[in-house]
Design a protein around this ligand. Structure first.
Ligand code: GDP
Ligand code: MG
Length: 354
């Protein structure tokens, strides 16, 4: 399994974004549904039959809904999405594939682009810029304006806009969360303001959460991609990350959900052991926090919080791996790790012990 994509994740050591080639290491790959190309007649084909494929970077400020859109397009939970901004830490590749018309879109979900305030923030922005660099097209996502100032571009959106303009790729402007506004005309001032600076190929309002208008978005993106296929070998749809990455992410999602307001940002998860034996996966993992007080919060009274995190994470892991999981957790304090460039990179992009 898993021949095909060299992905958007190489720990930021080189720009390997979206490169395609045979795997050079035998890591486990996760298969996501089927992608079965049909043998095609080499004679000229109408546009509806022309295979098109390419890489599309999803960019936007934190919490705008990029990971939710990726999951919706793939029809499977791949990226973790939480109400806490800054959840996505590395570029994550997920491939959408369809036969009608033949299309392969390798989505690169990027961490939120904001002006960095810490070493961790700089790693995130650098990861996002890498995602943009290797893409054929860009989805710039903004969300429906709420409250006053509906026609002004926020500071965060402006920071994203800057990077998208610098990348100079064909861009589709996506306005997400349209389920939150009844009067769609309220979207127009912001669309006008952003479009004036971006000259997008198309503007598509969507609700990533409800799946509204995603077909229209996929059709617009398809039109921007080069002819041909990305993956010729008829493999299963794939992502570029090994299972243990997703396992660490699911644990992080559960830990963030349980501790949200109390332990912001400086929470990372590391997989120490990942062993399969007799249909059971034995996983030992460490939740890393920045402060002693955060450790207490994660553990909770008589370990109740940690137990709840473990139960939630194990359920999600069993769903992902389709096997029984035995999960053992530790909590460790690494003071100020988000301020240490080397440690922030390791913890944000590699889920291994620094
Ligand atoms: P990201 O930081 O851009 O990856 O954003 P996420 O995908 O993690 O989403 C952030 C939050 O916005 C989550 O709580 C999502 O459930 C929510 N969200 C995403 N898309 C929509 C949408 O279309 N409508 C609504 N109402 N909420 C959404
Ligand atoms: Mg995200």
């Amino acid at each position: 399994m898993g021949r095909g994509a060299r992905g958007a994740n190489d720990g930021g050591r080189s720009n390997g974004v979206g490169r395609v080639g045979p795997l050079d290491h035998p890591r486990r790959r996760i298969m996501l549904g089927r992608m079965a190309p049909q043998p095609r007649d080499p004679s000229p084909t109408p546009e509806a039959e022309t295979p098109r494929a390419g890489r599309v970077a999803l960019v936007g400020r934190p919490n705008v809904g990029k990971s939710t859109l990726l999951n919706a397009a793939l029809g499977q939970k791949l990226a973790i999405a939480t109400p806490t901004p800054g959840t996505t830490r590395t570029c994550l590749l997920g491939v959408y594939a369809s036969d009608e018309p033949p299309t392969q879109i390798a989505f690169i979900d990027t961490p939120g682009l904001h002006r960095p305030k810490s070493a961790l923030g700089r790693v995130l922005r650098e990861q996002a810029a890498l995602g943009l660099e290797g893409s054929d097209a860009v989805v710039m996502m903004i969300e429906v304006p709420r409250g006053r100032g509906a026609g002004t571009i926020s500071e965060q959106d402006a920071a994203v806009l800057e990077l998208v303009q610098a990348a100079g790729r064909p861009t589709v402007l996506v306005i997400n969360k349209v389920d939150l506004v009844r009067d769609k005309s309220r979207l127009l001032p912001l669309i006008d303001a952003v479009a004036a600076q971006l000259s997008p190929e198309a503007v598509v309002p969507v609700s990533a959460l409800r799946g509204t208008n995603l077909d229209a978005l996929l059709a617009e993106l398809r039109a921007l991609l080069p002819e041909g296929r990305l993956y010729d070998d008829g493999d299963d749809v794939l992502t570029d990350r090994p299972e243990r990455f997703f396992v660490a992410e699911l644990l992080r999602e559960a830990a963030i959900a349980e501790t949200r307001a109390e332990v912001p940002h400086g929470l990372a998860c590391v997989i120490d052991t990942f062993e399969e034996r007799g249909g059971l996966v034995r996983i030992e993992a460490t939740i890393v926090v920045e402060k002693e007080s955060h450790k207490g919060i994660v553990i909770g009274a008589r370990g109740a919080r940690l137990k709840a995190i473990g139960t939630a994470a194990r359920g999600e892991m069993e769903r992902l791996l389709e096997r029984k999981v035995f999960l053992k957790l530790w909590v460790k304090v690494m003071p100020k790790w988000t301020a240490n460039p080397a440690v922030a990179r390791r913890l944000a992009t590699e889920v291994e012990q620094p």
